[in-house]
Design a protein around this ligand. Sequence first.
Ligand SMILES: [Zn+2]
Length: 200
Amino acid sequence: MPRTLDAIDLEILRILARDCKATIKDLSAQVGVSPPVVRKRIRRMKSWGLIKGCTPLLDPEVLGATSYIIVFEFRGHQSIRKVFESNPEIEKVYLSTPKRLGVMVVRVLDVKRLDTISRNLEDSGAKVVSTAIVDDESLERTWLPERPLETVQPKCAFCGSPIIGRPYKVTLEDGTILLFNSEDCAEAYFTLRTRKRTNK
Ligand SMILES: [Zn+2]
C-alpha cells in the first residue's frame, strides 16, 4: 500500500471537498478513471484517516447563535477533551502542545453558556487568556496540498497517533480498510466496538 498522494487522488479530494456527496460515478467521469479505481483510492485515503467524514456545513447565525473564540493556556489534552465533550456549544478546538496554548470556537444561543464553558476550562486547570466575539468569518476553505505528495502520514484508527513504519492492517467484510499502529491498537479498537454494540 503506497503512501503517496498523486494527482488523481488530489483531483478526487478537490471534488469531494466541494461536494462530499459526489458519487463514485460522478468522480469517475470527472477524473477520467474507472469507478473501481475511484472506490479503491477513496478507501485507501479513508484508511489513512485523511477523509474524516461528510458533514453538512450549517450557518449557526441562521439559528440565532453568536460565535466566540476563547484563547486559553492548558495543562493536559485529556482535560480539554472532557470540557469539549461536556459542552456541545464548542465547535472546534485547536491545541498547541509546545506552548500549551489553545483556541476554541464556541457557538452559543445564550451568552451565559459562555461563562459556564470558561468556568469548566478553569476547573480543568486551564487559564482563559481571552474571550472575544466573532463578527466576521467569511474566510474558510478545506485545505489541500497544491501538488502530489511523496509520503502521506496515516493515523492509527484507534489512538489517532501517526503511524510510523509498517501499519497493522485490517480489512473489514464490507471492504473498509483500517490501519493501526500495532496489533494491540487493533485489539483495543475491536474490544471497544464490541462493548459499545452490546451496550446498545
Ligand atoms: Zn494506535
